[in-house]
Design a protein around this ligand. Structure first.
Ligand code: NAD
Length: 355
């Protein structure tokens, strides 16, 4: 990079930071990938955001993009393909991108966004290799752009209430956690293609349980053991695992047992057992309808259904990125948080003999 290039990026970044700090300015998002999560959840969630809006679309399907552009009032000049994506660098309507592509594509589109001077909200799992996750962090640091990994449960009130109850000591000393999350997958999805998904249900659904055990305990696992299997020999699992179960031991001695599957509908939940009580969140990882129940010695039973409706969780995570851009703070679920889970998932695979 020449001094002139560097100066250009620094000036561009300063101009963007200035705009982002303007209280009236909404962070303009380019949606990268117009699939289920971006079209049915994140984009609709920004309609009610006071801090963010959808200003551009990146898609391999021009017709789909044009339909969505009409709905969101996006001009044709703000529709990009994967080929001319790098030209977002010259578009002042775009402050940030939302990467909602198959898992193995997250790294490339995050790094290209950072090089174009844009902040990134990247879907989970952050990356399919540790090397990719590290390169994403490095690219965003180099460009002085924020990187937020879309761990929406870490901003969600029922999950935060569970963390508070544990931290308050009301459950006593935490001993054990159980968690699971999975679904029965259709044939033909990119999620069962190793090259695109990077792994099976662990990468897609198990990561919720893994991340939850870490935010519930506030600890990092010190030991990991795992097993995997394929039961249904119907072609769906020629490349990725169907089932995987793993246990983790944390430095305090807390033990966690988790499982995930692409072979059965498995509502996402966790149970946390302390020596003075237990809490149960189910559903724990869904878009709405979350519910926390708890039984604590000497107190009345707790039953707290969450009335919040989808897509409120998505507004919250995008707004957090907007706040971080304006304040300069690091996102709560930064690239480093995604990197830690990537490393643990690789350990889980290694422990059960999967590459
Ligand atoms: P999807 O299949 O509905 O959408 C994927 C998008 O990527 C589509 O627009 C597709 O056209 C595009 N694409 C580009 N190149 C492709 C290729 N080579 N093969 C297949 N698709 C390609 O998937 P989704 O459910 O929206 O998932 C996208 C990402 O979001 C994944 O990383 C997933 O883990 C994540 N996700 C997160 C949540 C959450 O709650 N945070 C929920 C669902 C999915």
């Amino acid at each position: 990079m020449t001094r002139r290039d560097f100066g250009g990026i620094a000036l561009g970044a300063a101009a963007q930071l200035g705009r982002a700090q303007d209280p009236g300015h909404k962070i303009g998002f380019a949606m990268v990938g117009l699939g289920r999560i971006s079209m049915q959840h994140l984009a609709p969630s920004l309609k009610t955001s006071t801090k963010c809006k959808v200003t551009a679309l990146v898609s391999g399907h021009r017709d789909k993009a044009e339909k969505m552009a009409a709905e969101y009032g996006i001009p044709a000049k703000n529709i990009y393909s994967y080929e001319n994506y790098d030209a977002i660098a010259d578009n002042k309507d775009i402050d940030a991108v939302y990467v909602a592509l198959p898992n193995s594509m997250h790294a490339e589109y995050t790094i290209r966004a950072a090089k174009a001077g844009k902040h990134v909200l990247c879907e989970k799992p952050m990356a399919t290799t540790v090397k990719d996750a590290e390169a994403m962090i490095a690219a965003c640091k180099k460009a002085n752009r924020k990187l937020l990994i879309a761990y929406r449960c870490q901003y969600e009130p029922t999950n935060l209430r569970a963390v508070d109850l544990i931290k308050s000591g009301k459950l006593g000393t935490i001993q054990a956690i159980e968690s699971a999350n999975g679904f029965n997958i259709r044939a033909g999805e990119w999620r069962v293609n190793m090259k695109l998904a990077g792994g099976g249900p662990l990468m897609d659904m198990g990561v919720y349980s893994l991340n939850a055990c870490r935010y519930l305990t506030g600890e990092e696992p010190s030991e990991i053991k795992a097993d995997w299997s394929v039961i249904d020999k119907d072609g769906r699992f020629n490349e990725v695992e169907e089932n995987i179960a793993w246990s983790m031991k944390f430095p305090s001695g807390i033990v966690a047992s988790c499982s995930t599957t692409y072979g059965a509908n498995m509502p996402g939940f966790y149970r946390v057992h302390g020596n003075k009580g237990m809490l149960h969140v189910e559903p724990a990882f869904g878009y709405q309808g979350l519910r926390l129940t708890a039984n604590i010695q000497g107190g009345p039973p707790i039953d707290e259904p969450n009335p919040e409706k989808d897509p409120a969780q998505f507004t919250r995570e995008a707004d957090h990125l907007a706040d971080c851009i304006a304040s300069g703070h690091e996102p709560k679920t930064s690239g480093e948080e995604g990197l830690r889970d990537t490393k643990y998932m690789m350990e889980i695979y290694k422990s059960c003999g999967r590459k």
